[in-house]
Design a protein around this ligand. Structure first.
Ligand code: SAM
Length: 243
């Protein structure tokens, strides 16, 4: 008999790290079904033409194309551990990679290889499910943001996600507004540095968009509440592992 539990678990696992032929197919599906959340999240950022943007978990790389079109004098970086997604996103954005406006890296968002305070905007769509409950990835993201820099996080609300069998606890952390608020605070953002709004999609699906803005204060505490700056990374050479 067909094992549905195994099947849904495999889909959940593929979403967290697409690989092989299944990952490639899933990439095409994501490019289609995640179009609206990506559009909404990008719209929530006040992107300027010279901005340096980073996308966490870019998957098939469709949002990268949009970000490039909004930053004619800027640069777009991306990081994702999936070899398959790096290849797919690189094919989609080949022209921009070749011209030096896009750099895609294979790696993980808990250790981001960029110097502190160098990124204007960060996009994180459908990836917060794979963050650690400690908020470690958000601390890293906050470290990279320039003062006044912004981040947009999209997550489908727990009320919708919990009905989708692929989003089991073995692969996904689920968030409602309160859960996402707590994670962002654990990630070092002050309560005055973000807001969350709900979006209603077709079929009653509820999405959450968190827009975060790192305060411009000259004093930045290591705990995210306000003093000493983070040590900057020694190695900011983006050439290794980039496509
Ligand atoms: C559900 S897909 C979303 C892709 C894309 N953001 C979108 O909206 O279509 C999640 C992506 O996050 C990536 N991912 C999972 N864990 C990651 C990690 N620790 N660091 C960086 N990316 C990760 C996966 O490889 C996958 O491409």
């Amino acid at each position: 008999m067909f094992d549905f539990t195994q099947f849904w678990h495999a889909i959940g696992h593929q979403l967290s790290r697409p690989s092989g032929i299944r990952g490639r197919l899933l990439g095409h599906v994501m490019a289609y079904v995640n179009e609206q959340p990506n559009r909404e999240a990008i719209q929530s950022l006040d992107i300027g033409p010279s901005d340096i943007i980073l996308e966490l978990g870019f998957g098939p790389g469709r949002a990268i194309e949009t970000l490039v079109s909004k930053t004619p004098h800027g640069k777009v970086f991306g990081i994702d551990p999936s070899e398959e997604m790096v290849a797919q996103a690189s094919r989609t954005n080949r022209r921009w990679i070749d011209s030096g406006r896009v750099r895609l890296m294979q790696g993980y968002f808990n250790v981001l290889p960029w110097q502190s305070g160098t990124i204007d905007k960060i996009l994180a769509v459908n990836v917060v499910y794979f963050f650690h409950e400690s908020g470690a990835e958000l601390r890293e993201a906050r470290r990279l943001l320039k003062p006044g820099g912004e981040m947009a996080i999209y997550a489908t609300d727990k009320s919708s996600m919990s009905q989708w069998k692929f989003a089991g606890p073995e692969t996904h952390l689920l968030f409602d507004r309160d859960g996402l608020t707590s994670l962002i605070i654990r990630g070092g953002f002050g309560v005055d540095e973000f807001f969350i709004r709900e979006i209603a999609f077709a079929y009653g699906v509820i999405g959450l968009i968190a827009t975060l803005r790192k305060r411009s204060s000259a004093f930045e505490f290591a705990d995210g509440k306000g003093s000493a700056s983070h040590p900057s990374r020694e190695n900011d050479d983006l050439s290794s592992g980039c496509h």
